[in-house]
Design a binder for this molecule. Structure first.
Ligand SMILES: C[S@@+](CC[C@H](N)C(=O)[O-])C[C@H]1O[C@@H](n2cnc3c(N)ncnc32)[C@H](O)[C@@H]1O
Length: 240
């Protein structure tokens, strides 16, 4: 009886220790993720273009087209993963035989992803996954993708860059493929009020480029309020 109680107490203590250690690891990773995101956003706002990593709700909505996939193997491309808010959600949906290419321009985000990407699930599911520290405009043009997911801040670029990137992405999409990207709600209205004329002109040109693109390719859009700031998601297809 005494022995049972004694060993029972040791077992409970061990379980508590394991939970505490796991909790500390999760907390450490969260701290690393947020501090890296904020420091990179502060020093490279032109290419990062966000004040916080995307929420789970936004990630789920962006990845939604992949959830409706068939059983046949698919090729997925993610552009601008940052600290991987969409990456982990995409990995959840991938199966044996799928391929997954990721392009991240920022070397610090690239190193972070290399360390924290869910390697176990990639190996277990036999997914072919490649992470590139490169500008998406240098994408290997020999491959086509069934799903392209972008986290790029188009509203921070100039219209020529937006046009160039959108052309690269649409060229690499299979005929029935789906391209998904998001933008923050009210960005244009908010910036338009406070910006100097040169910057306002840039925003106007980018707005026109995106509007023309969406008229041609968008088949659906939706808003996600549970994100900082709230976001609008655009779902596009080559053949509407
Ligand atoms: C708004 S952050 C998105 C981060 C993440 N997808 C999320 O939602 O939390 C934009 C990301 O795009 C990357 N990026 C910007 N321009 C790029 C380019 N030309 N090629 C590849 N990645 C780029 C940035 O380094 C940054 O990580």
């Amino acid at each position: 009886m005494f022995q049972q109680k004694f060993f029972g107490k040791i077992l409970v203590k061990r379980k508590i220790n394991v939970i505490l250690i796991k909790g500390m690891k999760v907390l450490k990773r969260l701290l690393k993720k947020y501090s890296l995101f904020y420091s990179e956003s502060f020093s490279n706002f032109g290419t990062v273009g966000a004040i916080a990593p995307s929420s789970n709700s936004l990630a789920k909505a962006v990845v939604n087209p992949i959830v409706r996939r068939t059983k046949a193997p698919i090729a997925v491309l993610e552009v601008g993963p940052g600290t991987g808010a969409f990456t982990s959600q995409i990995l959840r949906e991938l199966q044996e035989g799928d391929t997954f290419d990721i392009y991240e321009l920022n070397p610090k985000f690239y190193q972070y992803l290399k360390k924290y990407i869910d390697l176990e699930s990639i190996i277990a599911k036999k997914i072919s996954c490649k992470l590139y520290n490169a500008d998406i405009r240098h994408l290997n043009k020999s491959k086509k993708y069934d799903f392209i997911i972008s986290g790029l801040p188009f509203n921070n670029f100039d219209s020529k860059t937006v046009d160039e990137i959108l052309s690269v992405l649409m060229n690499q999409l299979t005929p029935n493929g789906i391209f998904t990207y998001f933008e923050y709600c009210l960005t244009n209205e908010f910036k338009g009020t406070f910006l100097k004329s040169l910057e306002r002109e840039r925003m106007l040109m980018v707005g026109l480029t995106i509007e023309t693109f969406l008229k041609k390719y968008q088949f659906h859009s939706t808003k996600v309020w549970w994100n900082l700031p709230p976001a609008k998601i655009h779902y596009c297809k080559k053949n509407l």
